[in-house]
Design a protein around this ligand. Structure first.
Ligand SMILES: [Zn+2]
Length: 504
């Protein structure tokens, strides 16, 4: 229920360390400022801020932590409308569903404690409190579509305070971001025509095949997994659906009416369209052709319920993908990403889903134990990974991504070896062996500059650890890394062979 909170994590309401207090103080100023901007006198703006803080703090306390939210069993609570009504009786569900024009028989209440608390608070707080809270939500979520003062106030908090960003991006870039989220596939169609040739898709398909074969070989060789579980794992691996570049059919936006009117009204219209589109899915079969990222997005994902991996055209560019680049570099960068997404189907949460996307336990108890023991090694390593002298990473929050990084880098290395065996060793390029180029390409993908505030935010909000930890936290677990650069036990982040994490 993070959407219910203006600060981006429940802990910002509840912790009392210096950094959190600094954030909370700035947030109170931000709330007060927006109410002032819509004409509240000082006293009233301050009172409105207090009402917002009172409600949001209670909602924060009833929200799951980010670590709890990762747990698929904890957030899967299928209920009938009757059950929901008795869980949260003060909220008039009848009026609500009628107002949004949908008929719901059963639903998943991902956070039952939160729903119960909302109901309690509705009895406890006066109606005026709720009006203020809802006004705040409207103001906050639209501030960047209003005049400059609103936009600036929003940036001052979400950009400067939370992330340490010094200056806003240029207006045209922000406008394109809005367009990307409102009309993603319409922009994507243009993007693909300009930047994503058919041969890029063909090369990517071949890379995916190499990764699937390498993963399969590694499953076969696992010493800790029984044949019975291996068979299920192979079935799941072989049935992973792959989407590359862009969707087969483009989304139809003809029912969205964008016209010459204030920016914020067009934003409302885009929200209305998106909301209705989602509501229309209720009771319908799952659309397996749908994409949850637009083609121009520089990212990729695995969906456990669809058992599919998806690579938008936007990530099929340098430094991830080099259309005419050498294999070692492509396997170290996009190959690793492919392996990473595949591994998500077998990470601490993904492994709870079967090949058909249903949440089913297909592991023998012993194999599940073996997996957990191996994951614990990696989790402990990340618990002990420190930034800024005193800020430890949170192993439980990042474990899914860390398993995927470790698996991805291991599997793609195997895929590269298979390719070299088939096509022959190309030798040195720019003075580096293929193995060296492989690891260098991996590191280059994650190089970045980051400010201290953003680093702290990323660490506490996860689930991805900072780029540096994605590289240095993983490579020292791989013998191939030591071999590639002739490293010995002295220096660096050397890990003794018996202490290394190894899952896939
Ligand atoms: Zn991931």
């Amino acid at each position: 229920m993070r959407a219910a909170l203006g600060m981006t994590d429940r802990d910002y309401y509840l912790r009392d360390d210096a950094r959190t207090v600094e954030i909370r103080t700035a947030y109170k100023d931000f709330v007060t400022k927006l109410f002032s901007l819509v004409g509240y006198p000082d006293d009233a703006a301050h009172a409105a801020m207090e009402a917002v803080m009172e409600i949001e703090t209670r909602l924060a306390a009833a929200s799951m932590t980010r670590v709890e939210l990762r747990n698929r069993e904890a957030t899967y609570n299928k209920m009938s409308m009757d059950e929901l009504r008795s869980l949260a009786p003060a909220f008039d569900w009848e009026v609500y569903t009628n107002a949004i024009g949908v008929q719901i028989d059963e639903l998943n209440v991902s956070q039952p404690v939160f729903a119960g608390e909302v109901s309690e608070l509705m009895e406890e707080f006066p109606l005026e409190h709720w009006r203020t809270y809802l006004k705040w939500n409207l103001l906050r979520s639209n501030a960047s579509y209003l005049s400059s003062e609103f936009d600036q106030a929003s940036f001052d908090f979400y950009g400067k305070v939370l992330r340490g960003t010094q200056a806003q991006r240029e207006r045209w870039k922000r406008a394109i971001s809005t367009l990307n989220s409102a009309l993603g596939e319409a922009v994507g169609e243009e993007y693909v025509a300009l930047y994503f040739p058919a041969e890029a898709k063909a090369r990517m398909e071949k890379l995916v095949d190499y990764l699937r074969v390498a993963f399969s070989q590694r499953i076969d060789k696992l010493e800790w997994m029984s044949d019975e579980t291996k068979e299920k794992a192979q079935e799941k691996l072989q049935t992973i659906n792959v989407k590359i570049g862009y969707p087969d059919t483009w989304r139809d936006y003809s029912m969205m009416e964008i016209k010459n009117q204030p920016y914020v009204l067009n934003s409302f219209e885009a929200n209305r369209f998106g909301f209705e589109r989602n509501m229309e899915k209720i009771g319908q079969p799952v659309d397996r052709n749908e994409w949850f990222m637009s083609p121009q997005t520089v990212n990729a994902y695995y969906s456990p319920t669809l058992n599919e991996i998806v690579f938008p055209a936007g990530i099929l560019q340098p430094p991830f993908f080099f259309m005419h680049g050498d294999d070692a570099v492509n396997f170290g960068a996009i190959g690793m990403v492919i392996g990473h997404e595949m591994t998500h189907g077998f990470d601490d949460q993904g492994r709870k889903f079967a090949a058909d996307g249903n949440m089913v336990d297909w592991w023998t108890a012993e194999d599940a134990e073996g997996f957990e023991a191996r994951a614990a090694v990696l989790r402990n390593q990340y618990d002990n990974y420190v930034f800024l002298d005193t800020v430890n990473l949170i192993g439980k929050l990042t474990i899914g991504e860390n398993i995927a990084d470790l698996g991805g880098l291991t599997i793609s290395y195997q895929a590269l070896q298979n390719k070299l065996e088939k096509d022959g060793h190309p030798g040195l390029i720019d003075g580096f062996t293929p193995e060296q180029r492989y690891f260098i390409a991996y590191a280059q993908v994650w190089r970045n500059h980051i400010r201290e505030q953003e680093l702290r935010r990323q660490i506490s909000e996860g689930p991805h650890p900072p780029g540096e930890a994605r590289v240095n936290g993983i490579v020292y677990n791989l013998q191939a890394f030591y071999d590639a650069f002739g490293l010995d036990a002295a220096g660096g982040r050397f890990i003794a062979p018996e202490d290394r994490a190894k899952i896939w």
